[in-house]
Design a protein around this ligand. Structure first.
Ligand code: HEM
Length: 516
């Protein structure tokens, strides 16, 4: 019975794939390009594939198994291998630092791959998904929003949100364990909306709650879609499939939420600008936070319109909370599993902040060096963006292979971070890898949790300060005991690196020797 179902699914998939190939390639110039790319990329080593269908069978795998299998291929065929979804759709897959450097260090290869198109319905042409001139202009507008004088002001918000989280966690101490994912996601969402958008959220509010749950659902639907080529065409997906109709509903929730944030801020911003008569103004070089910077750019130079602002707000709400949330969750799981480090970090916090209830400032956070190494090692083993992808803009020679222009390249950050060429005993958790003397001679592209090159993460300093603030608050108040362990969790490749069922369990015990 199972076998019959498999055969039917396979025939169905084959027919759909070829319809898709036809629809996408009736332009014969594109077909010629595809054939050329396919010829070159198929010279790379790779797993055994079926004639014509290539590696399409992986679409039948469960996400956890797919994740494991990709790790196995990454090791087997390092640093570069081919995967193909039919003969004409091929990708070059990178697990080596030198190869990633070749691709990411040039200003040419800034175009994202077709996988990112699925995000367009939600994020439009925001900084993550846009390319060319639009991306350059936006990156230039937004870079000052992450200047250290701005970030410095955000720390008091991180501290307030940490206090709110600590109060929530105190109620969890009676329980056998806590699933930290929803609680930490709420913390990072509150932090990004208040710092960058100037809006304080409240989970008692139904719309705020719905927004958080919509973010989870959209991630699941997108992964579901990526794994099913018959859902690729928008017209079919949105009109004929329940998941497409569900996505439209979710997008409405997400967009209503951000539209609201933008219009509220726009009202206040205009009032503020008029009242202050250029006191808080871009042109006299006072620093503006994210959303105000965009509103100001629209008013003063018109280089961004309302839709552009909304696209950026959607992009930053997603990139600015989900990535950091998962990174904090994995770090807490590792702390629970390494009590010796937990104690070292606690002692470091006490020595930097003293035995008071003082909240850390920028200087304090910069002094937390052991914590810094702990976070770096956590991001090495669990990079929340474990996979990035590009479409090459020029023929590029990588590891002796010519990858033609328009080749899709998948960069497996997770595998680069566990490649034994750069990391001895790569599976071992060891923050001392990041002691200054141990970093000498390490390939700069072997550690890339925030990517590298011109399209690196614009929010990386924001993220690190936020993570340090929250860890300081949690470790000052609780001892963490392990429930989940690195061996017990099942990782899945979602929009960000997640665990199966979005669960990560830790036990919280209130500290007796608190530094308050
Ligand atoms: C631990 C937390 C974070 C990690 C691991 C992370 C990682 C990354 C990575 C790997 C990229 C490159 C993605 C690609 O090429 O497709 C990226 C891009 C980006 N990140 Fe982050 N990020 C984090 C936090 C943040 C935060 C807090 C913000 C905003 C406040 C942010 C905003 C962005 C944006 C807008 C981009 C696109 C940049 C561009 O293409 O110019 N990220 N991030």
């Amino acid at each position: 019975m199972v076998k019959l179902k498999f055969i039917i699914m396979f025939i169905y998939l084959t027919i759909f794939t070829w319809i898709l190939v036809f629809l996408l390639f009736f332009d014969f110039r594109k077909l010629r390009t595809r054939i050329r790319i396919s010829k070159f990329v198929h010279q790379l080593p790779g797993p055994k594939r079926l004639p014509i269908l290539g590696d399409l069978f992986i679409l039948f795998w469960d996400e956890g198994y797919l994740f494991k299998k990709l790790r196995q291929w990454g090791k087997q065929h390092a640093p570069l291998y081919v995967l193909s979804a039919t003969t004409l759709f091929v990708s070059a897959n990178v697990t080596g630092a030198e190869e990633f450097e070749k691709i990411a260090s040039t200003t040419k290869n800034i175009k994202k791959s077709p996988e990112y198109f699925f995000l367009n319905g939600w994020l439009g042409e925001g900084l993550l998904t846009s390319t060319g001139k639009k991306w350059h202009v936006r990156r230039k507008i937004l870079t000052p929003a992450f200047h250290f004088t701005i970030l410095q002001q955000f720390i008091s918000i991180f501290n307030n949100e940490t206090r709110r989280l600590v109060d929530v966690l105190k109620k969890e101490t009676d329980k056998p364990y806590t699933n930290i994912v929803p609680l930490i996601s709420q913390f990072t969402l509150y932090s990004i909306t208040e710092t960058s958008m100037g809006t304080a959220l409240n989970m008692e509010n139904k719309e705020d709650k719905n927004y958080v749950s919509a973010i989870y659902q959209i991630g699941n639907i997108m992964l579901h879609r990526i794994m099913r080529p018959w859902l690729y065409l928008d017209a079919l997906f949105y009109n004929f499939f329940p998941s497409g109709r569900k996505q439209l509903k979710i997008l409405k929730t997400l967009h209503n939420f951000t539209d609201n944030i933008v219009s509220k801020r726009a009202e206040n911003f205009q009032k503020f600008d008029i009242e202050q008569e250029n006191n808080y103004n871009y042109s006299n070089r006072k620093k503006l936070a994210f959303l105000d910077l965009l509103l100001n750019a629209k008013i003063t130079s018109g280089i961004i319109d309302d839709q552009g602002i909304k696209d950026e707000v959607n992009t930053f709400l997603f990139e600015g909370h989900d990535t950091t949330a998962m990174s904090i969750c994995f770090t807490l799981m590792l702390l629970a599993n390494h009590p010796n480090y937990q104690e070292m970090l606690f002692q470091e916090i006490v020595s930097v902040l003293g035995a008071t209830n003082e909240s850390p400032d920028l200087k304090n956070l910069n002094e937390l060096k052991i914590m810094d190494r702990f976070i770096k090692e956590s991001l090495r083993l669990y990079p929340s963006v474990s996979f990035i992808a590009r479409t090459l803009d020029e023929d590029t020679l990588v590891s002796g292979y010519l990858l033609p222009r328009k080749t899709i390249v998948h960069i497996h950050v997770f595998d680069i971070h566990r490649n034994p060429k750069y990391w001895s005993l790569p599976e071992k958790f060891d923050p001392d890898r990041f002691l200054p003397q141990n970093c000498v001679n390490r390939h700069p592209f072997s550690y890339v949790p925030f990517s590298a090159g011109p399209r690196n993460c614009i929010g990386q300093r924001f993220a690190i300060l936020e993570i340090k603030s929250v860890l300081s608050g949690i470790l000052r108040n609780f001892i963490l005991e392990p429930i989940d362990t690195p061996d017990s969790i099942v990782l899945i490749p979602d929009l960000v690196l997640r665990t199966k069922n979005a669960m990560l369990k830790v036990k919280f015990i209130e500290r007796q020797n608190k530094c308050v």
